[in-house]
Design a protein around this ligand. Structure first.
Ligand code: F6R
Length: 243
């Protein structure tokens, strides 16, 4: 795992943006695995800025997202589909038909997972972007998710519901289940770029990098990936720096 420690969140975002822009410039029809959450927002702003200023084009790019709340439609303002459109896709020249995400409203949950797995097979990811949960989750793969998992429905843990409730009117509105790409599927990406910012991630970052790989900390699986880069700011690196 290659680790880059940025001075602060702004530098983290700049470095992450160059990583993605380089990927798209080298391969204009790249498939990008994308994440939602607070961490990539700065990076997405910079991708938009670069697209406007330098014309980097996403016309041929495909995007596949990690996860979606079960029970929210793509027009719900807390759905991840909505988040991606508002914070990134609407500001780029990407063809929205090439931007995929699980269907939170699918009637048959199992069939939806199978559909998404087939899609991931059809479009191998050149780069997978990840954020890190304070409990070590990646996508919605909570602690003790099997390492060989593919797309599945998860019951969200109390800690994740609490972390995510800041974006909802109140905690009762946070869905209790979600669709998520599995850990095996995440590991199939050619390159992985993991971002973590802030002191509340320091413990998970430390365990992900230093502790023995184990299903109790989903992100530790990344130690086994051949081409994984971790960009963290100094606060998230606290545990590594002060050890
Ligand atoms: C989002 C996702 C989550 C987040 C993680 C960190 O698609 O898969 O695993 O990456 O919860 O979230 P933030 O960036 O909000 O701290």
């Amino acid at each position: 795992m290659k680790i880059i420690i940025a001075e602060d969140y702004d530098e983290l975002s700049v470095r992450a943006a160059s990583f993605i822009i380089d990927t798209v410039k080298r391969k204009p029809d790249a498939t990008l695995g994308l994440a939602t959450g607070t961490t990539p927002l700065g990076l997405y702003q910079l991708l938009i800025q670069d697209h406007n200023r330098n014309g980097t084009s996403y016309k041929q790019v495909r995007c596949v997202n990690l996860d979606e709340y079960k029970g929210l439609s793509s027009t719900h303002n807390q759905s991840y589909a909505y988040f991606m459109r508002k914070n990134l896709f609407e500001h780029l020249d990407i063809d929205l038909n090439n931007a995929y995400i699980e269907n939170g409203m699918a009637e048959d949950g199992q069939a939806e997972c199978e559909r998404y797995d087939k899609l991931l097979e059809r479009f191998p990811r050149d780069l997978q972007l990840l954020g890190l949960g304070s409990n070590g989750h990646i996508a919605f793969n909570e602690p003790n998710t099997p390492f060989d998992s593919t797309t599945h429905i998860v019951d969200l843990t109390e800690s994740t519901i609490k972390d995510n409730s800041r974006l909802f009117a109140n905690i009762a509105e946070v869905p209790k289940q979600a669709y998520t790409m599995g850990l095996k599927s995440i590991m199939q990406a050619r390159k992985i770029l993991m971002l973590a910012s802030g002191a509340n991630k320091a413990d998970a970052v430390y365990k992900m990098v230093k502790c023995k790989t184990g299903e109790n900390l989903p992100a530790s699986i990344l130690q086994r990936h051949k081409d994984c880069t971790l960009i963290i700011d100094k606060e998230a690196a606290g545990g590594l720096i002060n050890q």
